[in-house]
Ligand binder design. Structure first.
Ligand code: MLT
Length: 408
């Protein structure tokens, strides 16, 4: 008899975004003529940067020649891409990260969940609440939690509440933890961390033999030059952090797929016998067994992000979405909403009006103005009473959304 992974039975019925899709589908069925606008899932809408397209077309031509054809690529990703990343994204900001410490993959969602493969059972895990649901669900699947309570909080996880009361900055855990997920700029709240705040986390992790899993998928959206883009801008982070990054949101690769994970050489965890084992080697072993990486064509597209033209085009894309975020912020403010974020992140986090719950507000916006957002409770119990709008859409749709919201 085939036995299933019972941990899956602990999961809430559906992943957040498929549940939203289910409700939207039902709405569309009942209202086929409604002019629906989707500011729910953070999926980009603008075309790929020309520099990336050109590079991918050239790569396809390479593949059509005997000399240029490539089969399986190097497990960690092509060195020319890893070198470009190390130089532009890390060394240029003073981070001691080299190409060998970078692993190319098809997504930071995948990496931030697959990373659990290299950790043993029984690690105490801390997440913020609200949080990107992938961190929680992947821990549930891996058997790192007990069951969920009536509010959806899983036994065994340490939840660090973030709200307007603490400026969306989680407190250091009051109980010991081994793994800490941090995401800055934050999904879903749009909050950012200062270098001093990250330093506090690094000090905590180093002092308590904990490991920070730092998700920097939205770093390109930071507008203030004094804010850190990487955990490795903080001294000592090499001893206690792994960082995830993505080309999805800055270069529009959500459908193209390319991301990276940085695991510093020398970063270790403890094995059953008490010995220190290098995490880089474990992840390398895991990836070379379970993944064949990202296609040559896509990696060439990602490399083009670092060309002069690519840099300018990506900057323009980010500015476009951040202008959308500014329009959302302005529209919400004119309409009297309480909201946060949207200044260094493509997400605006709204307090739902008149105490209406998150799903109630979702249904209300869908049914009255045909606008789709994301209910805060989908990101955790402390997201109840909040609602997320994404700035990833056309200017026309964002303007139209704010016009509709004004009429509520
Ligand atoms: C979101 O809407 O939170 C994002 O699309 C999540 C993701 O990138 O996986």
């Amino acid at each position: 008899m085939v036995k299933i992974n019972d941990n899956y039975l602990k999961l809430k019925a559906g992943y957040l975004f498929p549940e939203i899709n289910r409700r939207v589908k039902a709405f569309r069925f009942a209202n086929p003529d409604a002019a629906l606008i989707r500011l729910g899932i953070g999926d980009v809408t603008e075309p790929l940067p020309p520099a990336c397209r050109e590079a991918m077309k050239n790569a396809i031509d390479d593949m059509g020649t005997a000399e240029g054809f490539r089969g399986y690529g190097p497990e960690q990703g092509y060195e020319w891409l890893r070198k470009a990343i190390a130089e532009h994204d890390f060394q240029s900001r003073g981070c001691d990260v080299n190409a060998e410490e970078i692993f190319i993959s098809d997504g930071s969602k995948c990496d931030s969940s697959n990373i659990l493969d290299i950790f043993g059972a029984g690690n105490r895990v801390a997440v913020t609440d609200p949080v990107y649901p992938v961190y929680v669900d992947s821990n549930v699947m891996a058997g790192q939690t007990g069951k969920a309570d009536s509010e959806g909080r899983y036994a065994g996880l340490t939840y660090l509440p973030i709200s307007a009361d603490n400026d969306f900055a989680a407190e250091i855990p009051s109980e010991p933890v081994d793994l800490i997920y941090l995401c800055f700029p934050n999904n879903p709240t749009g909050a950012v961390a200062t270098k001093a705040q990250l330093k506090t986390w690094v000090e905590y992790a180093r002092g308590n033999n904990a490991l920070i899993l730092f998700d920097a998928a939205y770093e390109a959206f930071i507008q203030d030059p004094d804010l850190p883009h990487s955990i490795f801008e903080v001294e000592g982070a090499r001893e206690c952090a792994i960082e995830f990054r993505s080309f999805s949101k800055n270069a529009g690769f959500t459908g193209t797929r390319c991301a990276l994970t940085v695991i510093p050489k020398g970063l270790t965890g403890t094995c059953g016998q008490g010995e220190q084992i290098e995490l880089w080697s474990l992840w390398n072993r895991r990836q070379s067994t379970k993944s064949n990486g990202v296609s040559y064509i896509v990696q060439r597209g990602a490399e083009a992000v670092y060309s002069a033209a690519g840099q300018a085009e990506v900057k323009a894309l980010v500015s476009f979405y951040m202008k959308n975020a500014a329009i959302i912020r302005h529209g919400l403010s004119v309409s009297g909403f309480e909201f946060y974020g949207g200044q260094h992140a493509p997400y605006v986090w709204i307090k739902t009006p008149n105490g209406i719950d998150s799903w109630g507000f979702f249904d209300y916006l869908l049914n009255t103005i045909s606008v789709v957002g994301t209910p805060g409770i989908g990101f955790g119990a402390a997201g109840e009473g909040y609602f997320r709008l994404s700035a990833f859409n056309s200017r026309e749709n964002v303007n139209e959304t704010m016009e509709r919201i004004k009429c509520l």
